[in-house]
Ligand binder design. Sequence first.
Ligand code: FEO
Length: 177
Amino acid sequence: MLKESVEDALNEQINAELYSSYVYLSMAAYYEGEGLPGFASWMRSQSDEEHEHAMRLYEFVHDRDGRVTLSGIDSPPTEWSSPADAFETAYEHEVEITEMIDDLVALAREANDNATENMLQWFVAEQVEEEATAQAILDKLKHVGDDGPGLLMIDQELGQRGSEGADDEAEVGELGE
Ligand code: FEO
């Protein structure tokens, strides 16, 4: 049985993960518009992965005899000034999500809720990957700038993730490990 404070916080996290999914889908649409199908494909896979994160929490809440209550999802940004700018947003977003997960762990500890704390350790590890992957791609983008063959090479590499499917966590071809 979940304590109300933990249940509320998990529901907030479900909303945050669904918002993440929405942000990455919006980025996919931006990259489509920029003529960068590899970036777009990578972002669509990332969007799918965020939905899976939400569902992981959804199932946990139900397993603990809690109640999932869905709330409105904020509008995501829709425009970025450059391909690198969008990845900067992605990186900063993941840093914020990491902070939310850390706060959730602290709350679970305070509530002496070992099961929730244990479940959240998966997210703790996942956030290390999420930040590292976004940072690695952002670093590459900063090196090549926003134009030219380097950008198209990164686009090709990122496109490999789309062909491998959304289950390949943090797989970005040669990028992100
Ligand atoms: Fe589910 Fe990217 O954090």
